[in-house]
Ligand binder design. Structure first.
Ligand SMILES: Cc1cc2nc3c(=O)[nH]c(=O)nc-3n(C[C@H](O)[C@H](O)[C@H](O)COP(=O)(O)OP(=O)(O)OC[C@H]3O[C@@H](n4cnc5c(N)ncnc54)[C@H](O)[C@@H]3O)c2cc1C
Length: 414
């Protein structure tokens, strides 16, 4: 843990964008809240465009702009509103407001809050000591601290509990040795949430502990991985005799599995915003069919087979929207089924892949794309290259199907 950090709890900065100081509470209608979010995004969101799937800033200017944007979202009370009031949350907050925020961020194609930071906040609020809360929560709100997750390893992904990175007690604290991989944002994160094995002699889940790791510590080497998109969103992280204080433990020693499982389940309300993205992708597919031309200059949209394809896709998008809306309704009422998250993610990510494939088929059938269609064409190439990652991160499709089979359909474990 970083020494000497003592900034205390922060209060939410309230402005009167929504005509009062209770914008997340009962006094402001959802419509007024949504309008306020739209205005805020139009005024304050970073102006630069990032390719689909890219979250890592290209340089210092972009990084500063992203940190300032995240700070602005917290200061305005849009992010962190669900936190306890003593840490800057709004006691009148309703989860539907999180959903509206995410929908509008998607619609505006604005930079979205980093999952890793939101998961870290949740873990610190739930499991952190008072000292950890004082040290880290204000710095998340100020955009000073970006977090990453050090969970996966070359030999441990879906079966994360088989991880081999060791954190061995040495009297003064822990000495950590191992290798992590696929660490999103590792190259610019300030803090990492690490999962490591502290006790190899007990049940493999019970032997794991979560730690807070300052990413600049001696013993950490971060190596970005270049992907087929041409960008580097992930990193390998080598931990070579990294020394951690006992205060770096997040939660209980041996309680790491609980810490990371709770964090991963905390963002379910945001799943609903994915339906908006699918609708936007459908619109993009129609736009592509309009601007992609046959050799005689006519748009692909005029072809009957293309219209049939679009109609089929629209039906699936609508079905996905209903599934997701149903999930969101249950989540908001705290009535969700354990497999709801798996169903919603499967529906969203697999349809995302399918939409990308249909787009590339349209491009293959076209002779050229007119000038007005250039931007949408570029978006499709980027989305296609990124779409497979969605079916792996946060639970690969095969794993999710297993969960649905067992928990929803009651099938026996294979
Ligand atoms: C966009 C993205 C961001 C990520 N960010 C992070 C991050 O920030 N930090 C981090 O620690 N990790 C991160 N990851 C890693 C991610 O958690 C792993 O990729 C994921 O858990 C899968 O693990 P794996 O890659 O080792 O694949 P494996 O687990 O080896 O799986 C390979 C294939 O086998 C299938 N498979 C595995 N087990 C079974 C089974 N029991 N039954 C049926 N099929 C099975 C899988 O579904 C998959 O298709 C990220 C991954 C992606 C794609």
């Amino acid at each position: 843990m970083e020494p000497g950090i003592e900034t205390g709890a922060v209060a939410t900065t309230i402005d009167d964008r929504h005509g009062g100081d209770d914008r997340h509470g009962g006094d402001v209608s959802d419509e007024a809240f949504r309008a306020g979010v739209r205005d805020f995004i139009a005024e304050r969101a970073p102006r630069f465009r990032m390719p689909e799937g890219v979250r890592v800033p290209a340089g210092t200017d972009e990084e500063q702009a992203i940190r300032a944007w995240l700070r602005g979202l917290y200061e305005a009370g849009y992010l962190g509103a669900g936190w306890p009031a003593e840490w800057g949350g709004n006691p009148h907050h309703r989860p539907t407001r999180d959903l509206i925020l995410m929908e509008e961020l998607f619609r505006a194609r604005a930079y979205r809050p980093l999952d890793q930071v939101m998961l870290a906040s949740h873990a610190i609020l739930t499991f952190g000591s008072d000292a950890q809360k004082r040290a880290y929560l204000p710095r998340i709100r100020s955009g000073e601290h970006v977090w990453c997750q050090l969970f996966s390893e070359p030999g441990a992904g879906s079966d994360l509990a088989s991880l081999r990175t060791r954190a061995e007690p040495d009297g003064a604290g822990y000495v950590v040795t191992g290798q992590k991989v696929w660490c999103t944002d590792g190259q610019w994160a300030d803090q990492g949430m690490l999962l490591a094995r502290t006790d190899p002699t007990v049940d493999r889940h019970a032997g794991l502990t979560a730690f807070v790791v300052p990413m600049g510590s001696p013993g950490i080497t971060v190596r970005p991985i270049r992907e087929m998109t041409g960008h580097a969103e992930f990193c390998e992280v080598f931990l070579d005799e990294l020394r951690l204080d006992p205060e770096a433990v997040l939660g209980e020693v041996g309680g790491g599995w609980k810490v990371i499982s709770s964090g991963l389940a905390s963002e379910r309300a945001f799943v609903g915003a994915n339906a908006v993205q699918l609708e936007m992708m459908y619109d993009d597919l129609v736009a592509l069919a309009r601007h992609a031309r046959l050799a005689d200059g006519s748009p692909l949209l005029g072809r009957e087979d293309v219209q049939v394809t679009l109609a089929g896709v629209l039906a699936r998008v609508e079905a996905a929207r209903l599934v997701v809306a149903d999930t969101v309704r249950r989540v908001m009422r705290d009535e969700e089924h354990p497999s709801d998250g798996a169903v919603a993610k499967l529906v969203y990510t697999e349809l995302n892949v399918e939409l990308c494939e249909r787009a590339l088929e349209l491009l293959a059938a076209a002779s050229w794309v007119d000038d007005e269609g250039r931007e949408v064409e570029r978006r499709w190439y980027e989305a296609f290259l990124w779409s497979r990652a969605l079916t792996i991160s946060g639970g690969a499709s095969e794993i999710l199907r297993g969960i649905v089979g067992r928990q929803l359909l009651g099938l026996p474990r294979a």
